[in-house]
Structure formats: structure tokens, C-alpha cells
Design a protein around this ligand. Structure first.
Ligand code: TMP
Length: 205
């Protein structure tokens, strides 16, 4: 059996975090060593950066500041948690990774998809997911799933989220062998089964 780096991606409210927990629980119940982490976060430094990024009082944050903060959090979680876990044979599930930066900062904020993907290499040292699940759905459906108290990013406009969605779809077309695009309007049970069977077939291939 191999160990894998698996990432979950999609716009806010797409349901990926619930699915990441389902997958972690299902793998754990099979006795597979697994670690679930979220981005930005997953380390003491990363969680502090996360609170700067999501604070609604920081409405004046420049797009480049936002980009560098996401990259800084990523550099820390990669060095401190992801690489050591992968080396020890653990399967790592990430609730967001660098494709989010490509979609949100690269495409939706207009900093450039390819530029942002290149800059990510500095943060990750070249670590690339084995499999990326993109939970794709219409923006109104995702918005309807968000709680009424939104953070700085969640309180962006529908147009912003349309661009984020398009950014994700573009990256998925750029890297078809790594991406598995799922219709996030399907039931959580169906989605969980699809993710689980794709992961199990990779783990034992
Ligand atoms: P979360 O709500 O899925 O935990 O993610 C936090 C927010 O940060 C979410 O609105 C997406 C955003 N984000 C980016 O804009 N760029 C990134 O690189 C990452 C990882 C998240």
C-alpha cells in the first residue's frame, strides 16, 4: 500500500470540508494512517496567519499581501507537518492547498494563474498532490450553505466567487491527471462514496 497526498478544493460553501472529514474517518476505520489538515492553518504560525487573513477588519488588505500571507502559511505547514507525515508513511488529506491560491489570488484577484502557481513552488518545495478533488457547483448553491456570519473572504461578491469557480476549472483542465472534478450538488453520501473509491483504488494500485 502507498501513502498519498490528497487535496480537497472548491469555492466557499461547496462542502469539501465535510467530505475531507468523511474520507479521514473512512480511511482511519480501515487502519490506514491518515492526517487531515486545513489551509491556511495546521500549525501555530499558520493559524495566526489565518486569523490575519480572515479578519473582516482587514478589508484594506492588498492582493499581493494576501498572496504572500497564504504562501507563508503554506511554507510553514509544508515543512512542519506535510513533508514529515508523508516521509513517515502517513496519507495526508489537505482541506485546500496551492490550487486555492491559483483560483482565488491568481485568477479571481487577477495576480495571474501561472505566476501564482510558480510562486507556490517556493512555499511547497515542489510538493504536488497525488490526487485533487474539486467540488464544483453553482455559486448560489454554495452561498446558501454558508453561515450568516461570514469572514473577510466569504463576504466577497458573487462575481468574485464566479471568478474563483472559473479559476478552479481552468487549473483542473491544465492538470487533468491529478484532478477529479465532482458535482458538489450531489448528495453527501454519493460524493463520499466517489471520493473513497477513487482514493482506495490509488492506495492499493
Ligand atoms: P476555508 O474557509 O476553506 O478554511 O478557507 C479559508 C479562506 O481562504 C477561503 O475563503 C478560501 C481562502 N483561500 C485563499 O483565498 N487562498 C488560498 O490559498 C487558500 C488556502 C484559501
Amino acid at each position: 500500500m502507498k501513502n498519498l497526498l490528497i487535496t480537497f478544493e472548491g469555492i466557499d460553501g461547496c462542502g469539501k470540508s465535510t467530505q475531507a472529514v468523511h474520507l479521514r474517518n473512512r480511511l482511519e476505520s480501515m487502519g490506514i494512517p491518515v492526517l487531515l489538515l486545513r489551509e491556511p492553518g495546521g500549525t501555530v504560525i499558520g493559524e495566526k496567519i489565518r486569523s490575519i487573513l480572515l479578519d473582516r477588519d482587514h478589508g484594506e488588505m492588498a492582493p499581493a499581501t494576501e498572496l504572500f500571507l497564504y504562501l507563508a502559511a503554506r511554507a510553514q505547514i509544508t515543512a512542519e507537518r506535510i513533508v514529515p507525515a508523508l516521509k513517515s508513511g502517513t496519507t495526508v488529506i489537505l482541506d485546500r492547498f496551492f490550487d486555492s491560491t491559483a483560483a482565488y489570488q491568481g485568477y479571481a484577484r487577477g495576480l495571474g494563474l501561472d505566476t501564482v502557481l510558480e510562486m507556490n513552488i517556493v512555499a511547497t518545495g515542489g510538493v504536488i498532490p497525488d490526487q485533487t478533488f474539486l467540488f464544483d457547483c453553482e455559486v448560489p448553491l454554495a452561498r446558501s450553505r454558508l453561515s450568516s456570519v461570514t469572514d473577510r473572504l466569504e463576504s466577497e461578491s458573487d462575481e468574485f466567487f464566479e471568478r474563483v469557480r472559473e479559476g478552479f476549472l481552468r487549473v483542473s483542465r491544465q492538470y487533468p491527471s491529478r484532478f477529479f472534478v465532482l458535482d458538489a450538488s450531489l448528495s453527501p453520501e454519493v460524493l463520499s462514496d466517489r471520493v473513497y473509491s477513487a482514493v482506495v483504488s490509488r492506495l492499493f494500485s
